[in-house]
Design a protein around this ligand. Structure first.
Ligand SMILES: [Zn+2]
Ligand SMILES: [Zn+2]
Length: 303
């Protein structure tokens, strides 16, 4: 049976694909778009879920990427081909979506569960050139009542999507609605505002600035790349507090100075830190963790 898309606003759907979220904007019978595309190899799952919501043979107007990390872009090429549809991303993400440059390397020394696991995440390059387009200022293709906002920091061309009429926010990895830094947070998926993918964040000052921009929007609904979307009466106040208290980690490769990038990709990196964790120890711990947690993540995270 195909997975079902959960509605988080009347025309905003959420589909968790393992630990990464895909969103759908639009109503059945009308135009709709896909925001982010999940891990690699999950296109069929996403297409089946979309078909169940929007009808057989229905295809989106566009696939919009918040950024180009593998957990957001993994199935984009297969989806673009399958639906024959264009993929849109910010200009500064282009080098990582065309195979021109790798992202700044992940920083496993930044601390926390996801940083520990990042040692084992494959660095995969993606070439979406055939289907890829730059986002035009402000406009979200196929979703005219939404606008995109540059929220750099986690990645250079990271964007968030916002609709002012109901103050719905899709924030990608500008933040998360689960604690990815703790093992219990990762495995239970318990809702809370938290930083997203710390080992993959390449500019902490920009991340903090972007978070404040999002808090200023006073969103009613927040759907992030990771975690169960949140919508409650005090959400905007909590985001404001979270943004004000947000600090860079105590240590890490990109804490003192960010990775420098431009429209061609990586320009300059802080030196690689010493990583004291022996890989074999880490690998065995990860296998135990996966055995304990993987099934839970896939099946129990949904409400
Ligand atoms: Zn990311
Ligand atoms: Zn992510």
């Amino acid at each position: 049976m195909s997975k079902l898309i959960t509605r988080i606003a009347p025309d905003v759907g959420w589909l968790p694909i393992s630990f990464a979220n895909v969103y759908f904007i639009g109503r059945p019978g009308g135009k709709w778009i896909v925001v982010d595309s999940g891990l690699p190899g999950r296109a069929r799952e996403i297409m089946e879920a979309a078909e169940a919501r929007f009808g057989a043979g229905s295809r989106p107007e566009a696939i919009v990427l918040t950024h180009g990390h593998t957990d957001h872009v993994g199935s984009a090429l297969a989806l673009a081909k399958g639906w024959d549809v264009s993929v849109y991303a910010h200009r500064l993400e282009m080098p990582y979506l065309t195979g021109k440059s790798p992202y700044p390397p992940a920083d496993p020394t930044v601390g926390g569960a996801i940083a520990f696991l990042s040692r084992f995440f494959p660095t995969q390059s993606h070439d979406l050139s055939e289907h890829l387009h730059q986002l035009q200022p402000g406009q979200v293709p196929g979703a005219p009542d939404w606008k995109w906002i540059a929220t750099p920091g986690h990645s250079p061309g990271h964007i968030s999507l916002f609709r002012s009429s109901d103050r719905a926010l899709l924030a990608g990895d500008a933040l998360a609605t689960m604690n990815m830094d703790s093992w219990s947070g990762l495995f239970t998926g318990r809702q809370r505002l938290a930083r997203a993918g710390a080992p993959f964040t390449m500019d902490w000052e920009a991340t903090r600035w972007s978070l404040q921009e999002l808090a200023n929007l006073r969103p009613n609904v927040i759907g992030c790349g990771h975690g169960i979307p949140m919508y409650d009466a005090e959400l905007s106040e909590r985001l404001e507090v979270f943004a004000q208290r947000f600090r860079a980690p105590r240590h890490g490769r990109y804490v003192q100075r960010p990775a420098r990038t431009n429209e061609n990709g990586v320009v300059d990196l802080p030196p690689a830190p010493f990583d004291p964790v022996p890989l074999a120890t880490a690998a065995s711990l990860v296998l135990v963790g996966i055995a304990l947690g993987a099934g839970y993540l896939d099946d129990e995270k949904r409400r």
